[in-house]
Design a protein around this ligand. Sequence first.
Ligand code: 77M
Ligand code: MG
Length: 214
Amino acid sequence: TQSTRPQRILGAVQQNATRGDPRSVVRAIDQYCRNQEWAMNVGDEKGCILDSVVSEVNPATVLELGTYCGYSTVRIASLLPPHAKLITLEFNPEFAVIARQVIAWAGLEDKIQLVEGASGDLIPKMKEQFGVETFDLVFLDHWKDRYLPDTKLMEECGLLRKGSVLLADNVICPGTPDYLEFVRSSPRYESQYFKSHLEYTKVEDGLEKSVFLG
Ligand SMILES: O=C(CSCCNC(=O)c1cc(-c2ccc(F)cc2)cc(O)c1O)c1ccc(O)c(O)c1
Ligand SMILES: [Mg+2]
């Protein structure tokens, strides 16, 4: 039977990356997606910007919206301090099955909790079910029309504190116009655009970093 793209990405990791070496997992996926077939990982160019923001924030608690195959999950978790935790939400069960295996290959199971379900349903349960107070960093990379409603939901649920950082992928391509307008015009956020390119292409895209001012 025909394999899926996520299955082929997992195969590339298992063939080319070293177990327990997160950076080799990231490199294996980038090489596969650049040379064999495009996939919607944040990629190596925007990934370097992601790395610099993660290192600057040095977060104890991270929320990722949209896991896909776990590329950015592994990339972020590889930079976290010892007792830090990353919760990643994935809507698509097929993606989740692959991401769990990619995370395991990287040896990062202890830092990462992958939760299956819709972000709109799971965000209100964060405090009671997952013992979370607030998030130091949120990486938004799921359905582009969910960025704004989920940001408002995180505020309402008290999951953001003064200084919490939101980092949003794809604000140009595919684009998140309502989210961008909101964080750039709201007095409660300090936003900054990092110009880059859509993963593995020359098409413009970028990351928007928004600090919640409380
Ligand atoms: O993760 C999901 C599934 S949607 C995948 C989101 N990502 C994209 O659509 C995405 C797409 C593109 C792209 C595609 C075709 C192009 F021609 C150009 C660009 C690039 C990206 O970097 C992306 O991230 C989820 C949904 C609901 C939930 O509530 C939840 O928790 C999770
Ligand atoms: Mg993306």
